[in-house]
Design a protein around this ligand. Structure first.
Ligand code: ZN
Length: 150
């Protein structure tokens, strides 16, 4: 699928992450792993996290698919390292708000490069692409929370 006509600076940033994904590759000592697919577009990612106490010590992914799905997960991983599970959860819900058109979320500096994806909210069919990495993150957080129960 083609990348929708977003603001050109933002589009460059998306393509830059797509071509040079951050934190891509296997995480041999990961503690939680989630595989997610977006059948509509054919996007696929496997997110691996290494958790230490209630923090994310490391986040990596492997995957393939459209530029939006892969850029989104690349951008996401750059923000996860060192974050608490609660912070990761709020990043995920903030990003979901942005995908539903929340303009305030799209100006939030804590969103980092992810703000480049704000324009995707105007293309409903692509929102799933942008959310794929965050769906995986939320599932990973849910599983870790379960694992933490006695
Ligand atoms: Zn896609």
């Amino acid at each position: 699928m083609e990348t929708p006509p977003l603001n050109s600076l933002y589009q460059q940033l998306i393509l830059e992450h797509y071509r040079n994904p951050r934190n891509r590759g296997e995480l041999p000592d990961g503690t939680v792993e989630v595989h997610m697919r977006n059948p509509v577009c054919g996007d696929e990612i496997r997110l691996q996290l290494r958790l230490h106490d209630d923090h994310i010590a490391e986040a990596r992914f492997v995957g393939h698919g459209c530029s939006i799905s892969q850029a989104s997960v690349s951008m996401m991983t750059t923000l996860l390292k060192g974050r608490s599970l609660d912070e990761a959860e709020s990043l995920a819900s903030r990003f979901t708000q942005m995908m539903h058109g929340d303009a305030e979320a799209s100006r939030d500096p804590s969103m980092g490069d992810l703000r480049a994806l704000a324009g995707v909210s105007k293309f409903p069919v692509r929102i799933k692409c942008a959310l794929l990495g965050f769906d995986a993150l939320q599932e990973a957080l849910k599983r870790s929370a379960k694992g933490a129960e006695p």
